[in-house]
Design a protein around this ligand. Structure first.
Ligand SMILES: NC(=O)c1ccc[n+]([C@@H]2O[C@H](COP(=O)([O-])OP(=O)(O)OC[C@H]3O[C@@H](n4cnc5c(N)ncnc54)[C@H](OP(=O)(O)O)[C@@H]3O)[C@@H](O)[C@H]2O)c1
Length: 279
């Protein structure tokens, strides 16, 4: 069994640096088996969301695993339609019920949805729920610098984590620098290019993989880890789940890190948070 490194957060909790993402895993057997495979391979961080409709299955796998609750790090997210002062608590309680947990380790506002103007009051609710012990760590997802600046202006608590689209084709350098300066950890979604992109077929990544005797996915996951990012590759396939955690026995040279840094395209695969307002 492999184990992952952990990194400290601004609220003095710690998060495993590598976890399993479960977006698009169906909420029945598929997600349950994937989480069980991941836990037995040594993963301790599982990243789900209300909108993935698989929190129930994640909860069943956690219960079956027999692993101590304190050893696990479970993330879920508040969906866009649940933003607003009076909606957050019921949404969190419903997620906890589906997960069969008393608390989540990390709760994220899924998207800022700036056009609705509700994310600051939503953030204030997360702060309250954290003080009640229903959430250990509070964070956000898909927040640009301007959205983080608004939280800073109106509250005294900055997110511990900002989960954003981040991979070698879209590296978010300015946002990463801002987060670093404000003690916010960055977590990479679609870290290996997502299910529709063709990142792993990139020639440079294929050549590096051959050089290190690793797969392109392992090289990319290693690039995230060496940049100090939290990384949550999704897979429902047992051998790829194992492959994605077998990344602690090699190190990319600084020259090869720079080579991967040079793959930036400036183009997202996913929506732009500044204009994403679907709820
Ligand atoms: N906050 C947000 O708005 C947001 C948005 C998107 C994603 N996320 C989170 O981030 C997680 C990861 O992002 P993602 O699911 O978009 O993309 P990803 O993890 O970059 O890529 C997943 C795709 O890669 C395949 N794959 C996994 N391991 C592989 C390997 N070793 N070699 C080749 N292919 C491999 C998977 O297929 P198989 O399953 O068949 O292996 C799947 O098609 C999500 O699951 C979710 O938890 C959050």
């Amino acid at each position: 069994m492999s184990s992952t490194t952990t990194i400290s957060l601004n609220d003095s909790n710690a998060i495993p640096q590598l976890g399993l993402g479960v977006w698009k895993a169906d909420g029945g057997q598929e997600v349950e088996q994937a989480v069980l495979h991941a836990l037995s391979a040594g993963y301790r961080l599982i990243d789900t969301a209300m909108v993935y409709q698989n929190e129930d299955g994640v909860g069943r796998a956690i219960a079956q695993s027999g692993i101590d609750r304190q050893e696990l790090f479970i993330t879920t997210k508040l969906w866009n339609s649940d933003q607003g002062a009076d909606k957050v608590r019921p949404a969190l309680l419903a997620s906890l019920e589906r997960l069969k947990l008393d608390y989540v380790d990390l709760y994220l506002i899924h998207w800022p949805m700036p056009a609705r103007g509700l994310y600051v009051e939503t953030w204030k609710e997360l702060i309250k729920l954290q003080s009640e012990g229903l959430i250990k760590t509070i964070g956000v997802s898909n927040f640009n610098i301007e959205h983080l600046e608004e939280l800073k202006k109106h509250t005294s608590v900055l997110p511990a984590v900002n989960q954003v689209e981040l991979h070698p084709y879209f590296q978010q350098r300015e946002l990463r620098e801002y987060c670093h300066a404000n003690s916010i950890r960055v977590e990479s979604w679609s870290p290996i290019g997502g299910s529709t992109g063709d990142l792993l077929n990139n020639d440079t990544l294929q050549e590096l993989a051959a050089k290190y005797g690793k797969s392109p996915a392992q090289v990319v996951i290693r690039w995230h880890l060496q940049h100090g990012l939290i990384v949550i590759p999704k897979s429902t396939n047992q051998s790829r789940i194992q492959e994605n955690i077998d990344v602690f026995d090699f190190e990319l040279s600084s020259e090869h890190m720079v080579l991967i840094d040079s793959l930036e395209t400036g183009k997202r695969f996913g929506p732009d948070p500044a204009s994403m307002n679907i709820h």
